[in-house]
Design a binder for this molecule. Structure first.
Ligand code: AMP
Length: 248
């Protein structure tokens, strides 16, 4: 069984995000970029499946400009067998990515597509669900435990009420949550080895998908700066200040 893993290049989670002064997006010049943390967890799970003999090949896919090859190489260094970059045309949004992943899934025929529950840059939490709908296959989102059971996968999901366990027929789309596993560190020899692993580049135009102009991001703005707080002397002053602000 092949496992397809979606990898998105995002601003590293440790970086303090700055919106560009012209509102055209967030600053990425000189900023550390990484694999979306949830995608690392998805890849780790795929690698463990292969190591346990449940998967034959792990393929990482990224939709993005050539700079995302860096993150694909990280995926290969972690242990993926090969990588696919799809060079998009125009803005990349969850629906576009889902349609691209569908085209790749139809070509590769994976038993499982593993994605992050969300990308930490857009926080959309949409791609996996859209892919499952387009592919007409089952989905299990927010996975914190994943077991393969023959032609099905048993997935424990983190939901508001606690944990829910469902069984989905394969092929399926599973999106992963934080507690599923702890991704491995990449070792230097693996980085060297990754340079020789196959990385295929596909042009968006070659996938015969019509571009989707239905949504456009018009502007980015930072949150309004927070007013400075004040130190109160005692409870009476605290109550007075809250009353002043109409909060009590
Ligand atoms: P989102 O719906 O944008 O929050 O993304 C959910 C998941 O879809 C991510 O964690 C990735 O696994 C996958 N994904 C989103 N965008 C891309 C992309 N440009 N390339 C590859 N995978 C992506």
């Amino acid at each position: 069984m092949k496992v397809l893993v979606g990898i998105k290049r995002v601003v590293d989670y440790n970086v303090r995000i700055k919106v560009r002064s012209d509102g055209s997006g967030v600053e990425t010049d000189g900023v550390k970029m990484s694999v979306n943390p949830f995608d690392e967890i998805a890849l780790e799970e795929a690698l463990r499946m292969r190591e346990a003999g449940h998967a034959s090949e792990v393929i990482v896919v990224s939709v993005g400009g050539d700079e995302c090859q860096q993150q694909l190489r990280t995926g290969l260094a972690m242990g993926a067998d090969r990588a696919i970059q799809v060079r998009p045309e125009g803005e990349v949004q969850p629906l576009t990515v889902a349609r691209i992943l569908l085209a790749i899934a139809q070509r590769e025929q994976p038993g499982l597509v593993l994605l992050g529950k969300q990308a930490i840059d857009d926080d959309c939490n949409q791609t996996g669900q859209m892919l499952a709908a387009l592919w007409d296959r089952p989905q299990a989102t927010f996975a914190s435990r994943l077991e393969l059971a023959g032609e099905a996968a048993r997935v424990t999901r983190e939901v508001d009420a606690g944990l829910e366990t469902i069984e989905v027929d394969l092929p399926a789309v599973v999106t992963v949550d934080l507690r599923l596993n702890e991704p491995r560190f990449v070792k230097l020899p693996d980085i060297m080895k990754a340079k020789r692993k196959p990385l295929e580049v596909i042009e968006f135009g070659d996938l015969e998908i019509a571009p989707d102009p239905s949504m456009a991001v018009s502007h980015h703005a930072p949150p309004p700066p927070r007013a400075r707080g004040i130190m109160v002397e005692d409870t009476a002053q605290l109550v007075a200040e809250l009353k002043n602000r109409g909060l009590l």
